[in-house]
Design a protein around this ligand. Structure first.
Ligand code: ATP
Length: 198
């Protein structure tokens, strides 16, 4: 039976960096935010977003993602409405992806809001990636070319590191990326030993 590992962490913590490292070690990785981005371009989801948020968010069929982000990260109610459209579609897509990967003993599901969405209950165990708040802010400003205020709005829409850690089985502290990779190696070794014991 495939073990499904949930990999999470706040914005800018480095969870995608770690997810890609797991992938480089041969584990199939489902990056939920990337898949959600693709799913948001499908006619069904475009229709639902137009209905809820209005046509002005679109240029033709192209969603103005920055405008949508501005709306939802300012208003928790709007974020909930968007999630209610996107999450069920991602869940279904992941189900199908999982069927295609069922010969693998361990797979990774990476998502920013694993806990907030309630999804964490679906996984065999959870790994959280953490990093100091200021490093996260600077990484995201650099990567996404957005303001400090915009990063803080996004951080404030998520759980804190303390909340995530308290519900996680393993924690990878990502200050130095090479050290974080060594911690990932250690965790994978333990998981493989446990898998063989089952
Ligand atoms: P998000 O939730 O926004 O998708 P994330 O948690 O997936 O973020 P990454 O995308 O992996 O984080 O990393 C954020 C940025 O920080 C990237 O540009 C990445 O290259 C960089 N980064 C990751 N780890 C480190 C590190 N240890 N030191 C410096 N930069 C890092």
């Amino acid at each position: 039976m495939t073990k499904i590992i949930g990999l999470t962490g706040g914005i800018g913590s480095g969870k995608t960096t770690i997810a890609k490292y797991f992938n480089s070690l041969g584990l199939p990785v489902y990056i939920a935010d990337d898949e959600a981005r693709k799913i948001m371009q499908t006619p069904k989801v475009i229709g639902a977003i137009k209905e809820t948020f209005g046509e002005t968010l679109f240029e033709g069929t192209i969603l103005k993602r920055d405008k949508l982000a501005e709306i939802v990260f300012k208003a928790p109610g709007k974020l909930k409405e968007l999630n209610a459209i996107v999450h069920p579609a991602v869940k279904q897509h992941f189900k199908e992806w999982l069927m295609e990967h069922k010969k693998f003993p361990i797979i990774i599901y990476e998502a920013a809001i694993l806990f907030e969405s309630g999804n964490y209950k679906d996984f065999d165990l959870i790994i959280t990636v953490t990093a100091p708040l200021e490093s996260r802010i600077q990484r995201v400003i650099e990567r996404d070319k957005i303001t400090r205020e915009q990063v803080l709005e996004r951080i404030n829409s998520q759980w804190t590191d303390e909340q995530r850690v308290s519900k996680s089985d393993y924690v990878i502290e990502n200050i130095d990326v090479e050290m974080a990779k060594r911690k990932t190696d250690e965790i994978l070794k333990i998981l493989k030993i446990k898998q063989n014991e089952c």
